[in-house]
Write a protein that binds this ligand. Structure first.
Ligand code: DOR
Ligand code: ZN
Length: 348
């Protein structure tokens, strides 16, 4: 039997939504994680310090009292409507922990995003001066670029230029999904990357080769087996530039199953078990704590946790839930049920 204790993990990229969906999902994140970097792609998007503070208060209302260590960090949406004085004030007060750049049209609720990263240099200067990270959804929206090449092309055409022009800017390449993304981070001291449980454990044949699986559809798209292997190598290396961001993104089955599927995978419930199994299979469990609990804290300048969890690889007797239903009647499928049956997680 394999058992390992970890400092409480953090989730440096999560979608908590609002209303009934927020009420249904936040407990899953609070159950496992300490810090959570909360994405701002609501409708309308979170673009001010006041909206961020209001949203944070709504999130905390739904956190169980026993999980008071759960600490949402709020990212605001990079858009024309961001007021730079408000941004500075929000950074100073702690209401704003980061700014997220979405290319317009790349993914769910990204319509308010940018056409070109270079349009926001003045905003990035504020971030660089305050040591606050720019979080980047790195995906080209050029329709002539193949879906599986979009991360590499965006990094080369857009983020590389911004990094060159502003070397003091700290960036996080979110949900890095390709070997090209790993190489980009390795080549730029100012860049780190989050990696998701699904990009670490699946490759595009899982998505497409055995009947198309809407539950594995997300953006950026799950890429080739070689890309997945590069992500696994980076995550299990212990290298401080790489850490866990689940990109847990719930969508009702009504939005996932049909002629078009919304992008997003809900993995807040079992993402940790998925990651543990990836590290176990690589014989790299000794590097798991760096990935889940240390490297992200370092990148965001916070202390590591003072609480711990224990993971034990043993057959779990209890029934493994495969979905949940919100108070509005929406069903959401849980990612990682196979791994959830293999790992017991205890709060210490
Ligand atoms: O798959 C995704 N879903 N990727 C994103 O970038 C957004 C997310 C969502 O909000 O559903
Ligand atoms: Zn996301």
């Amino acid at each position: 039997m394999t058992t390992i204790e970890l400092l409480q993990p953090d989730d440096w990229h999560v979608h908590l939504r609002n209303d009934e969906m927020l009420a249904a999902v936040v407990g899953y994140s609070a159950q496992r994680f300490r810090y959570a970097m909360v994405m701002p792609n609501l409708m309308p998007p979170i673009t001010s310090s006041e909206a961020a503070a209001t949203y944070r208060a709504q999130i905390l209302q739904h956190v169980p009292a026993s999980k008071s260590g759960f600490n949402p960090q709020m990212a605001i949406y990079c858009s024309d409507t961001v007021d730079l004085n408000d941004l500075k004030a929000g950074i100073a007060s702690g209401a704003i922990a980061a700014v997220k750049y979405y290319p317009a049209g790349a993914t769910t609720n990204s319509a308010a995003g940018g056409q070109s990263m270079a349009d926001f240099m003045t905003l990035y200067e504020v971030l660089a001066e305050s040591g606050v990270r720019l979080l980047v959804h790195a995906e080209s929206t050029d329709p002539t670029v193949d879906l599986f090449d979009r991360e590499a092309v965006f990094l080369e055409r857009q983020l590389a230029t911004v990094c060159e022009r502003l070397p003091e800017l700290q960036v996080t390449v979110e949900h890095v999904s390709t070997a090209a993304g790993i190489d980009f981070v390795a080549a730029h001291d100012q860049a780190v990357a989050t990696i998701t449980p699904h990009h670490l454990s699946k490759e595009r044949s899982d998505l497409l080769a055995h009947g198309m699986k809407p539950d594995l559809f997300c953006k950026p798209i799950i890429n080739s087996a070689a890309d997945r292997d590069a992500l696994v190598a980076a995550a299990t290396s212990g290298e401080s530039s790489f850490f866990l961001g689940t990109d847990s993104a719930p969508h009702p089955t009504t939005a996932k199953y049909g002629p078009t599927a919304k992008a997003g995978i809900f993995n807040a419930a079992y993402g940790l078990e998925v990651v543990a199994e990836v590290f176990y299979q690589q014989n790299k469990l000794d590097q798991l704590e760096a990935f889940t609990s240390r490297n992200g804290a370092k990148a965001y300048g916070v202390d590591v946790a003072d609480t711990k969890i224990r993971l034990t690889r043993e057959a779990v007797d209890a029934d493994i839930a495969t979905s949940f239903t919100t108070a509005a009647g929406d069903e959401v499928v849980l990612f990682g049920t196979d791994e959830a049956a293999l790992w017991k997680v205890e709060q210490l």
